[in-house]
Write a protein that binds this ligand. Structure first.
Ligand SMILES: Cc1ncc(COP(=O)(O)O)c(C=O)c1O
Length: 353
């Protein structure tokens, strides 16, 4: 059917986004890097206390913003509450990216960077992680000399797990004279590496964090964007006034109030990531070091069978073969000890047979 109103060229050019699989409830969900245990009991209690009046009212942000700013050791003027990282990415694009502006990515990476950049009609300058999942630092520094408008960088990166240290990040920021550098720290709790304190030093730095991963609030959609206060005041102008809902505010506050739950979970995941690595090595299965709550595994030509047979056992992992244009690569989320033992048992059985 011909549409009455012409669709924007940028949208017409985009490939349709295929939403991930549904029907995951009750399975061992090692496919989306979520908290595999669930949110903390304190979050559940806080949500249960939501009043009818609170639900009926438009959200009020200031108190939550102040509390979260205190938790993250920034000033309220350096923080934007967002509807997950997605909202932060879109806000950056809406504020800074004109049609045909250049956006730098190192792929494979989180798909939403390309999604929002393409939606805005940007031109993508895409570099690639190499076959050892190493970050192409020298190439990035070279491309930055041509002053792309925005550089989206996930640290650690999803799906490769690659983690850049502070010295590499400093080189990038110092080279990015006329580029806004967005460092997406969605997996910070599992990597321990952050550039958040640098927002005062680098006026072209944006840092994003999310409550979707370690804190287990993916279903509520809440995150934070941090930047120099001058940058934040510009970004706020372009932000939807009510993008974060009241349940998400209440849950985020409860999550930081009981920060111990998140810390303990992250610590357990880091231990289990090592245990999974040891088990994979013992089976002779190749994998890549990861700074996140997931491991990228190379099952070679047996990957499709492995994925199918894990699914038959109720274990979901994420097929990442298309990202690399070759068979083999599967991303597995790291969860609790019992969950990892179940996964390792299944892998042992099906790898030998
Ligand atoms: C690097 C990265 N950033 C952000 C997100 C999603 O964050 P949110 O749920 O806050 O939109 C993901 C989820 O997979 C991710 O891998």
């Amino acid at each position: 059917m011909k549409l009455v109103i012409p669709v924007r060229r940028a949208v017409e050019r985009m490939r349709p986004y295929h939403p991930p699989l549904e029907g995951r409830t009750g399975k061992l969900r090692l496919d989306f890097n979520e908290n595999a245990l669930g949110c903390s009991p304190a979050v559940r209690r806080a949500l249960a206390r939501l009043t009818r009046e609170q639900v009926a009212m438009y959200p009020e942000y200031e108190a939550t913003r102040r509390r979260l700013a205190r938790f993250f050791h920034v000033r309220p003027a350096e923080l934007v509450l967002t509807n997950g990282t997605d909202d932060a990415l879109r806000l950056v694009v809406d504020t800074f990216v004109e049609p045909r502006s250049r956006v730098l990515l190192v792929e494979p990476t989180f798909a939403m960077y390309r999604f929002y950049a393409e939606l805005a009609g940007a031109k993508i300058a895409a570099l690639r992680y190499d076959s050892a999942m190493q970050f192409p630092l020298q190439k990035v520094l070279r491309v930055l000399r041509a002053r792309p408008c925005v550089f989206f960088l996930a640290n650690p990166n999803n799906p490769t797990g690659t983690l850049l240290g502070r010295s590499e990040l400093k080189q990038i920021l110092e080279a990015a004279h006329n580029t806004l550098v967005v460092v997406d720290e969605a997996y910070f709790e599992f990597s321990g590496v952050t550039v958040l304190p640098w927002i005062r030093r680098f006026p072209n730095l944006v840092v994003t964090r999310t409550f979707s991963k370690a804190a287990g609030l993916a279903g509520l959609r809440v995150g934070c964007l941090f930047a120099h206060r001058a940058l934040v005041s510009v970004l706020r102008k372009a932000h939807s006034p009510y993008s974060v809902n009241t349940a998400a505010l209440v849950a985020a506050e409860a999550a930081v109030r009981e920060g111990r739950f998140v810390q303990q979970y992250a610590r357990e995941v880091v231990r289990n990531r090592q245990e999974l690595a040891r088990a994979l090595a013992a089976l002779g299965i190749k994998f890549f070091p990861s700074g996140g709550n997931f491991v990228l595994v190379d099952f070679g030509p047996r990957a499709p069978t492995v994925l199918r047979r894990l699914r038959q056992r109720g274990i979901l992992a994420r097929d990442r073969q298309a990202d690399f244009g070759r068979v083999g690569l599967v991303r597995i989320t790291v969860g609790t000890r019992a969950q990892m033992r179940r996964l390792i048992r299944a892998l042992r059985e099906l790898w030998k047979s």
